[in-house]
Design a protein around this ligand. Structure first.
Ligand code: UDX
Length: 433
């Protein structure tokens, strides 16, 4: 099938590469010519495991362009552009409609427009109305096909997806979508394939992401209470996870969730619930809890040091999670902002996200190339991302390199065993233990 994917961010690019890999002729289009130039030179604009490999495996079926003429002659157009958060929490659909305007101008035959971007319930219907009102000479239909990939495992999450959800309102569109995804529903992928109406498909995405965000916020609250009442969250979550109804995933307490989805999707669903006079109070609380959770280490630091002025603080881990250089809604950034506000001296380290942080803070903070350098003479270390390198770091070095050997480690990702840290004489604060 001839497929155009609009947007070469995480969702668009991975979708394009995978659909090309399974045999479709795919053109990825983006308004950002720098990204397209990189991709045409065989380079990926994002850091994602296995992406280079699959870019090369799918090369014969894949092209990249900024030219809107690609919308002509396509069977399927997939919209995978960003839907960033507006100030009021709602999703900004400008990029989706920009693509629609180009489809209106350039499409020249019947086509299925697939919305993969996360959009408020009802958007697919609105998009159909918009497109049909402008092009009655061809038959444009719209399908909702939300994406569930997580950064760092995006290719795997797409090839071996937990499920493919397709929302449409007519048989022909369902047929085309089935054909598009057929290879993934068979061996060796065997992805479950679910069909439903468009509004339900849109809701599956928000309801899933917000449920996971709720799960994290719930366990963060339980962890905070564990700290107060002398229980250990590791044992608590282990004990909970044996109940199959609860499971063991997304029960890891920490310094709060970040990334491009959970923060945005919780706010967007809350906004939608409010304007429909059916406020989702749990989601509202989840947003609040997460905002507070991002600052728990800093609260603890202030409790001990009272004044943070000129205190040498090291932040280990900047990305919102390991295996990505993405900083969107990363807890590290709010902590850096607060520390600078308190006039602390901040040094940061991350295996791959440092240059992105440098673009934000310039010479306001210091950038270390190794963990050793980052913690040298530091008064306190705050761990924000559970990179393997940080988890495997020789903790003796905290004593060796930190100020006067009086190591103070505040760990937002529970990287170390509290017993070992105690044996080494390191002050160690982690979440819920
Ligand atoms: C998420 C969803 O997993 C994915 O299905 C959806 O399509 C997009 O949003 P992603 O944002 O890439 O993917 O990351 P994810 O691995 O889900 O982690 C999100 C945040 O939650 C990270 O900041 C992570 O550190 C945090 N998290 C995750 C926890 O704090 N505890 C957990 O147990 C799991």
């Amino acid at each position: 099938m001839r497929v155009v994917v609009a947007g070469t961010g995480y969702v668009g690019l991975i979708t394009g590469v995978v659909l090309a890999y399974i045999g479709n002729k795919v053109t990825c289009i983006d308004v950002d010519s720098n990204k397209i130039d990189l991709l045409n030179n065989g380079q990926s604009p994002i850091y994602e495991k296995d992406l280079d490999k699959y870019l090369s495996l799918a090369r014969d079926n894949l092209s990249f362009t900024t030219d809107n003429n690609c919308y002509a002659n396509s069977d399927v157009i997939i919209i995978g552009v960003g839907t960033p958060e507006r100030k009021d929490g709602s999703a900004n659909l400008d990029y989706v409609y920009n693509v629609c305007d180009n489809i209106v101008k350039y499409a020249n035959k019947d086509v299925v427009v697939v919305i993969k971007s996360t959009v408020p319930i009802g958007t697919n219907d609105d998009v159909l109305e918009y497109l049909s009102s402008k092009r009655s000479d061809i038959n444009i239909t719209v399908a909702s096909n939300p994406e569930f990939l997580a950064q760092g495992t995006a290719i795997h999450d797409t090839l071996y997806a937990s499920r493919i959800i397709v929302g449409a309102e007519d048989d022909k569109t369902f047929d085309i979508m089935r054909k598009l995804y057929e290879p993934l529903t068979k061996d060796p992928y065997n992805v479950p394939y679910l069909e439903m109406d468009r509004r339900s498909a849109e809701m599956v995405k928000y309801a899933s992401n917000d449920f996971l965000a709720l799960k994290i916020s719930y366990i963060n609250e339980i962890a905070n209470l564990c700290s107060k009442v002398g229980a250990n969250i590791d044992d608590v979550t282990k004990g909970m996870s044996y109940d199959k109804r609860i499971g063991s995933l997304f029960l890891k307490p920490g310094i709060g969730y970040g990334g491009s989805c959970f923060p945005k999707d919780t706010k967007a669903l809350h906004w939608l619930s409010k304007i429909n006079d059916c406020e989702l109070k749990l989601v509202k609380d989840c947003i609040e809890i997460n905002k507070k959770q991002k600052l728990v280490l800093l609260d603890k630091l202030r409790e001990y040091f009272k004044s943070l002025k000129d205190l040498k603080v090291t932040i280990l881990g900047l990305a919102f999670k390991p295996m990505t250089d993405d900083l969107r809604e990363a807890p590290s950034l709010v902590n850096i902002d607060m520390l600078l506000d308190y006039n602390a001296n901040v040094t940061v380290y991350d295996p791959i996200a440092t240059s992105r942080v440098e673009k934000i803070y310039g010479d306001k903070i210091k950038y270390a190339k190794t963990i050793d350098d980052a913690i040298m003479n530091s008064d306190a270390v705050l761990i924000m991302t559970e990179w393997q390198e940080i988890k495997e770091y020789n903790v003796d070095n905290y004593v060796k390199y930190m100020n006067n050997g009086k190591a103070k480690v505040y760990d937002g990702r529970n990287c170390y065993d509290p017993k070992i840290m105690k044996e080494k004489g390191i002050y160690y604060y982690s979440i819920g233990r």
